[in-house]
Design a protein around this ligand. Sequence first.
Ligand SMILES: Cc1cc2nc3c(=O)[nH]c(=O)nc-3n(C[C@H](O)[C@H](O)[C@H](O)COP(=O)(O)O)c2cc1C
Length: 211
Amino acid sequence: MTERGSNPKRPVSHAAEGILFSKGFSLLFSSSILVFLLSILDTIKERGSIRRYMIKPIPRDELLKVVEAARLAQSAANRQPWQFILVTDDAVKKNLAVAARNQRFVGEAAAVMVCLANPEESARVGPFEGFLIDLAIAIENMTLTGWDLGIGSCWIGAFNENDVKDLLDIPENLRVVSLLTLGYPDEKPRTKNRKSLKEILHHERYGRIES
Ligand SMILES: Cc1cc2nc3c(=O)[nH]c(=O)nc-3n(C[C@H](O)[C@H](O)[C@H](O)COP(=O)(O)O)c2cc1C
């Protein structure tokens, strides 16, 4: 049984899984030697934005797994106010790169996921319209699932919304929240540069910082 609050572990390597299944009776031996386990926190620690990609297409079923991660995301009142356009056509990707303030790597990714929201479908979250939050969760699900599958990604927030809408025939009432590049990494992610826990965590009330 899993402890409450702890996450089920999953094998990190599909190759190792294959060995486990093909060897059958050596399962115990194999599992102790070959399979090491990666938690979601490990994936979050490892993931970094990737802006250089191999010239190698991503198989359709792998791309669909990435979309599945978005489809299963939580959203306020379960409204799921998202739509996605999966772009793999080179010419269209190049045009998206131009719309994304000429960020050339957008055109070099194997695929670009254009992430749309329908604000009319979205619930309010306190004083906020929920669609940005909902989309952010879905997109982060995709970056983490992509990473798990060996696919690098970069969230693209710098783009001209009208240009993207014109390019892809996106209806007036939908908002383009983000583009997400996807491709097999041809670089290592940068070292994480994050605020320390002390800079962001307060105990019981604002301003009480643990030494
Ligand atoms: C909302 C959002 C918009 C972003 N827009 C861009 C972008 O237009 N171009 C880009 O190269 N990176 C973009 N990024 C990536 C961030 O620069 C990157 O996530 C941040 O520097 C942390 O680095 P890491 O992802 O490697 O951990 C964006 C990230 C987010 C969350």
